[in-house]
Design a binder for this molecule. Structure first.
Ligand code: AHM
Ligand code: MG
Length: 338
């Protein structure tokens, strides 16, 4: 039998990659893996449990309806990371301010985590893939619970990032800055095993992922790029296929494996884009670059953006290098100077 590697074994084997105290980040990643398994259990039986589907009735900080599973996942990840000694605080899509961990163990934690506990929540009720996205930084404050400034670090400062996709199978994909590795959950024994070592995105792809319903609201450069994707040109494999799930994790995961581009640009109704820098764009950008792809806001690298607020939004163009570069050329060409 070929040897198999569990997530726990892999994290420990690779901990020499970390510049900092080795065990801490390993334990933190294991805690995320554990919370992911608990959330996965609830996601998988969602259809059986009337009380977990549907809106909670409250709006989150972005003014969107929260789903019950969003709330459940948020609480589960907080519970998994609190009081352990590695993490001193969290920023979550579901909470307005910094979640400060105040226990004796937690205040000495050296890491902060930004998380979207359940991304793609509009897909929960309809049995379509959803995900969790996380981003991990070293704290910049000296001691005590996490501060706002701990989260105001550029994406280049991430020490680890990843996502969990609750799909036809459940996977955890992460990077610590030395490549991207994917693990598939074996539900019969409740453990993640290395299934996708050293993931690389093809330099070219033939899938474009964008909510074309917003076409009339897109910048001219994006409209031109969509037209380019649709033109018949066998030499460049066009027309490309359009694939858009509406769960960024699922769209990211497919494009990572097959090659492709994901775009959520500015629109006239969302002038800063929709996705959030801290717990969506930055972790995706770190993973994408580590897999050999590109992630920008249409003009500049995502990882170089200086955050100024926890729930800041950004346009996002990410995927296969040549596709993203072509889209950026069109953005530049069709953006008025000045
Ligand atoms: P969410 O965090 O509230 O789920 O929103 C993020 C999601 C992404 O997963 C997805 O790519 C995008 O929003 C879909 O938005 P739209 O429905 O506008 O296309
Ligand atoms: Mg969400």
């Amino acid at each position: 039998m070929a040897s198999i590697t569990s997530l726990g074994e892999f994290v420990v084997e690779r901990q020499d990659d970390f510049k900092y105290a080795k065990g801490e980040l390993s334990r933190l990643l294991s805690a995320i893996g554990l919370a992911a398994r608990v959330v996965n259990r609830e996601v998988n039986k969602a259809g059986l449990m009337e009380d977990i589907l549907g809106d909670v009735g409250e709006e989150n900080v972005q003014g969107e309806q929260q789903k019950k599973l969003d709330v459940y996942a948020d609480e589960e990840f907080i519970r998994a990371l609190k009081d352990r000694g590695e993490v001193c605080g969290l920023a979550s899509e579901e909470r307005e301010g910094v979640i400060e961990f105040k226990s004796g163990y937690a205040v000495s934690g050296q890491y902060v985590v930004a998380i979207d506990p359940l991304d793609g929540s509009s897909n929960i009720d309809v049995n379509v893939s959803i995900g969790t996205i996380f981003s991990i930084y070293r704290r910049t404050s000296k001691s005590g619970p996490a501060t706002f400034d701990d989260f105001m670090q550029k994406g280049t400062e991430q020490v680890a990032a990843g996502y969990v996709i609750y799909g036809s199978s459940t996977m955890l994909v992460y990077t610590t800055g030395n490549g991207v590795n994917g693990f598939t959950l074996d539900p019969s024994i409740g453990a993640f095993f290395l299934s996708h070592p050293d993931m690389k995105i093809p330099k070219d792809g033939k899938i474009y992922s964008i909510n074309e319903g917003n076409y009339a609201r897109f910048p001219e450069g994006v409209k031109q790029y969509i037209k380019y994707c649709q033109v018949e040109d066998p030499a460049t494999n066009r027309p490309y296929s359009s694939r858009y799930i509406g769960s960024a994790v699922a769209d990211f995961h497919r494009n990572l494996i097959k090659g492709g581009i994901y775009i959520y640009p500015t629109t006239t109704s969302s002038p800063n884009g929709k996705l959030r820098l801290l717990y969506e764009a930055n972790p995706f950008a770190f993973l994408m670059e580590q897999a050999g792809g590109v992630a920008t806001d249409g003009f500049n690298r995502i990882l170089d953006i200086q955050p100024t607020s926890l729930h800041q939004r950004t346009p996002l163009f990410m995927g296969s290098e040549n596709m993203v570069k072509t889209s950026m050329d069109m953005m530049k060409e069709h953006t008025p100077v000045g």
